[in-house]
Design a protein around this ligand. Structure first.
Ligand SMILES: Cc1ncc(COP(=O)(O)O)c(C=O)c1O
Length: 369
């Protein structure tokens, strides 16, 4: 049977999409400067200034069997990550970046209306990601010196499905009091996911909490310390009791490509090199902080990460960040009132850091004049 004429005008995109999506902002790229700068120094995404291990680059170059799918359950990758972090590979789930692992966790736990507790200011992906699953994302804001408000977190978590603790926290860069984190794990009746994206720079490891509390998951990424942000590989260690269910929602291949898998496996064979890079980034970070402190009115926060939150002597860091961009130096500012006087800068190579400090100083001197 053929239709004589197509039915027109019956498709309404807005009413087709999930209600939760209506309230969400779209991803927006920063407007590039009107005149393209002659150089580009990217210090806005907390990437590694040193890039990946040479072994990872060689593994990518030597890839052959790209016509084959990777392992359906990413077994080799998950077990190698398990050996690295010190957990059974059977408790590891990987994903196309840590963001993707968060998505898998959301798939597992969240129905529309379920509550997720976060402590803002924190990693900007949490709110939209959990909201897109229809969750009510509830903020228990950080208190003085960007510390956790334990009671507020626990109060908000009374009927929550998930608490996310970002430690060290992005964008503030600090580590929380270990007793505060432990109390949340001990007293919450829901899953507590500890996002350790910057663990290697902070020297923290929350795995021992998993031995003490059955509700704790630890999340990590290869983007930061291993310089593999472009490959998109993150992972999490989950309580054994959740694994049976996680294996039902985990995406096929863990969403990790053969190319990304090869670079991770090679990186994990080159840990001396990567540990050396981490030590250099930490030393570069301290040098950057010292130079920033020497600029009148500028207050860099202490950092346990590969970035620094910097308070400027201005009500709004936005215009300075835009001026830096016109000079080819890209850093982040934030729209939130509590972060308005701050910019966040990744620790780049020593040369990049020096250019950033010089340009910042020149802009601030100009605005003071
Ligand atoms: C705290 C935190 N968690 C997760 C991520 C995402 O990491 P990935 O690149 O593995 O998606 C980032 C990236 O900036 C981050 O800062």
């Amino acid at each position: 049977m053929t239709r004589s004429s197509p039915r027109l005008g019956t498709f309404d995109a807005a009413s087709s999409i999930k209600p939760a999506i209506h309230a969400m902002p779209a991803y927006r790229r920063e407007e590039p400067p009107a005149t393209p700068p002659s150089r580009t120094i990217r210090l806005d995404w907390n990437e590694s200034g040193y890039g990946p291990s040479p072994k990872a680059l060689a593994a990518l170059r030597d890839l052959r069997d790209l016509h084959r799918y990777p392992e359906i359950d990413a077994h080799t990758l998950r077990h190698a990550l398990g050996v690295y972090i010190g957990a059974p590979g059977d408790q590891v789930i990987a994903g196309a970046g840590l963001d993707d692992v968060l998505n898998t966790l959301a798939m597992l736990l969240l129905e529309p209306g379920d509550r997720v507790v976060i402590s803002e200011p924190t990693f900007g992906v949490y709110r939209p990601l959990f909201s897109s699953h229809g969750a009510e994302v509830c903020d228990a804001p950080l208190i003085a010196d960007w510390n956790l408000d334990i009671d507020a977190v626990l109060d908000a978590a009374e009927c929550a499905k998930l608490i996310v603790v970002c430690n060290p926290n992005n964008p503030t860069g600090n580590l929380f009091d270990p007793d505060a984190v432990e109390r949340i794990c001990a007293e919450a009746n829901c899953v507590v996911a500890i996002d350790e994206a910057y663990a290697e720079f902070a020297g923290v490891n929350h795995l021992p909490l998993m031995d003490r509390y059955p509700n704790v998951a630890v999340l990590r990424t290869m983007s930061k310390f291993a310089g593999l942000a472009g490959m998109r590989v993150g992972y999490g260690v989950f309580p054994p009791a959740l694994m049976e269910y996680l294996l039902r929602v985990m995406p096929a291949f863990c969403n990790v490509s053969a190319a990304a898998t090869a670079t991770v496996l090679a990186s994990l064979e080159d840990l001396d090199y990567l540990n050396d890079i981490v030590a250099r980034i930490i030393s570069d970070r301290e040098a950057l902080i010292a130079r920033l402190r020497a600029i009148p009115g500028v207050t860099p926060m202490n950092s346990a990460t590969n970035f620094v939150l910097v308070r400027l002597p201005l009500a709004d860091a936005g215009p300075v960040v835009r001026e830096l961009a016109t000079r080819g130096v890209f850093v982040r500012s934030f729209g939130r009132p509590d972060l308005r006087p701050y910019l966040r800068v990744s620790v780049g190579s020593p040369e990049e850091n020096a250019i950033f400090v010089d340009e910042l100083q020149s802009i601030l001197e100009g605005s003071a004049g």
